[in-house]
Design a protein around this ligand. Sequence first.
Ligand SMILES: Cc1cc2nc3c(=O)[nH]c(=O)nc-3n(C[C@H](O)[C@H](O)[C@H](O)COP(=O)(O)OP(=O)(O)OC[C@H]3O[C@@H](n4cnc5c(N)ncnc54)[C@H](O)[C@@H]3O)c2cc1C
Length: 287
Amino acid sequence: MISNIQNFIEKAFAGRWISGSTVQDAIADSKMFNSKGIKTIINYLGEAFINDYEINEAVDTYLRLIRYISENKIDADISLKPTQLGLLKDVDALKSNYSKIVTEARKAKIFVWLDMEEADYVDATIQLYLSELEGAGVGICIQSYLKRSEDDIKKILPKGAIIRLVKGAYSSTKNKSFNTREAVTANYSKLMGMLFSQGAEFTLGTHDINMINDALVLNKEYGRKVTYAMLKGINNKYSLGLSKSGNKVAIYLPFGKRWIAYSYRRLKEAGHIKLILKSLMKSQKLK
Ligand SMILES: Cc1cc2nc3c(=O)[nH]c(=O)nc-3n(C[C@H](O)[C@H](O)[C@H](O)COP(=O)(O)OP(=O)(O)OC[C@H]3O[C@@H](n4cnc5c(N)ncnc54)[C@H](O)[C@@H]3O)c2cc1C
């Protein structure tokens, strides 16, 4: 009974943003997006793991995901959270877990992203990223809400970093971050300009149509390899139009049982009760 209720809530509430609870769900969703010319970026849900069981299970799940993507010939990247691979437990284990996943992904020609989490983990995440940067096939998320991000881009872009620029789903203290939507967006615009002028290949992770329109104009001048990436369940019909008009588009697809923290961040961004009610009534699918 309790698990039926749990399944109902999971499907109705989180179904809008999440592929489902299993690797197979993420593969099936990816096939659907691929059939529309859109690639996916698959993330296994979960964060802030501190016990070995959870960390090892996350590593095994990513390795299984790599096998499934490869066997099913899916056009998908994967995206890892450092705190699910051991950042809060043991930095050496984190490095070896990341390296193990990247090594297997490289064999299968699958691109590996590092998600960016709270401000306190940025240094460790960048360090981790740099440890595998030479071998290629890896990217890192950078958040425009953080004041340090401009310097981070200046530091890693000349080393060949492939950046996924987002506004940021976390909050931080005033001295570290921009705290109004306008300031975060203005910094996004500035950092996006840096990527266009200095980066050959990057991903813009945003649903902000003004930013995307600016990027489309900028790319007429620069001709960069740009991917426009959005989250599953947020304006995916717009992404389809963007893809149909010849742009590279990716949808970030989380899967797994630990959907609460992720869904909470999406609801906070949506910012109104109507969306919550709509989520409970139906899951938004790309038609
Ligand atoms: C591909 C991808 C990867 C990401 N990876 C990370 C990461 O690693 N680390 C991280 O901190 N953050 C990540 N994010 C989340 C990101 O930081 C933002 O929190 C999120 O994208 C909302 O910001 P926005 O750029 O869409 O702009 P906003 O200014 O927040 O929104 C612009 C418009 O988009 C729509 N919109 C935005 N969010 C919602 C929502 N939840 N529901 C309904 N409509 C909405 C609204 O119409 C809004 O007016 C990622 C986002 C994407 C798209």
